[in-house]
Design a protein around this ligand. Sequence first.
Ligand SMILES: *[C@@H]1O[C@H](CO)[C@@H](O)[C@H](O)[C@H]1NC(C)=O
Ligand SMILES: *[C@@H]1O[C@H](CO)[C@@H](O)[C@H](O)[C@H]1NC(C)=O
Ligand SMILES: *[C@@H]1O[C@H](CO)[C@@H](O)[C@H](O)[C@H]1NC(C)=O
Length: 325
Amino acid sequence: MFSLILTSVLCLASALLSPVHAAAVPACKAGYVPDITVAPKTVTYFGQTRSQPTDSLAKFCADESVDIVVLAVVHIIKGKGGLPGLNLSGYCGDPISGTDLIRCPEFGTAITKCQAKGKLVFMSLQGSMGDQTLDNDTAAIEYADSLWKLFGEGTGLESMRPFGNAKVDGFDIDNENGDPRGWPKFISELRSKYASASKKYYISAAPQCPHPDASIGDAVYLVDYLFIQFYNNFCATTGLVSSFGTWSKDIAANSIIGTKIFAGFLGAPNTGSGYATHSEMIGYVSQIKNSSNFGGVSVWDATCARKNVDAGGRSFLKAMRDSLQ
Ligand SMILES: *[C@@H]1O[C@H](CO)[C@@H](O)[C@H](O)[C@H]1NC(C)=O
Ligand SMILES: *[C@@H]1O[C@H](CO)[C@@H](O)[C@H](O)[C@H]1NC(C)=O
Ligand SMILES: *[C@@H]1O[C@H](CO)[C@@H](O)[C@H](O)[C@H]1NC(C)=O
């Protein structure tokens, strides 16, 4: 504990002196120290709403209002061939034989372009379709290992990689099946792979706003980012500020890795209950963005948020960016 505090102080001091210098301090590299030099970010989910044929991952990678794109979704933990399964709704229908995976080279190209612009791309896990569970440590370790080989820097499954050589920047635990077992082990297994990787990788999770979350459990204290879903529940809209406060206090008290928390919104009225308009969303964010662990805003999903424009012609994505100013 003492060394952790000492590390924070060292990193903090370096960050205040010079951001460039801070980046070179090896103690900061482990990812266990909050980086106070990083501005709040905008996050958007992409891949489950192919309502407009013109929408593509490349388009959102080029959008100035977007910092992190979270691809949805790896909905099967262990499917055909003993491997995870990938569903991108209408995108990329070419199955990889003997598996529940699909081949998606155009996503691979877009991911690389996103990263060249300094954006991060995460792969989301489970979602509302994800009914499989991690019943024991073996299952958690195998799952982490397969994902690392299919989407990260692991080797041994090259011919099965949905996005070819492109490597995502992290994984997002959007478990919603009510069974939180296995996720802490999964996270520690991924972190051990991250430790020797060629770049920084992240882990996020997407709990529902009722606190504590039944499907993610204590794993909320072990992730870098929490994209909390403030919709489809009583803690949406008028309940948001108070609920965010509860989350913020709990995470500040129990996360030892400086977990940042994000307020998650719906991109359009018809995508669920608890929609906040552009100006309502900006109003809520103005009341929570002074929290010490505020990380930014997230939205479900990119396609809906881009199409949803206010009277001034501003998309919900742009309003999210404006909310952080
Ligand atoms: C993928 O998910 C969509 C719902 O988003 C569903 O309609 C479709 O059947 C799924 N496809 C596969 C192959 O599971
Ligand atoms: C671990 O859980 C998986 C399902 O997640 C199951 O198939 C397997 O038999 C279990 N292994 C042990 C050793 O209990
Ligand atoms: C943040 O600002 C709001 C007012 O907008 C205030 O009620 C709240 O106490 C502040 N929170 C913190 C952590 O400073």
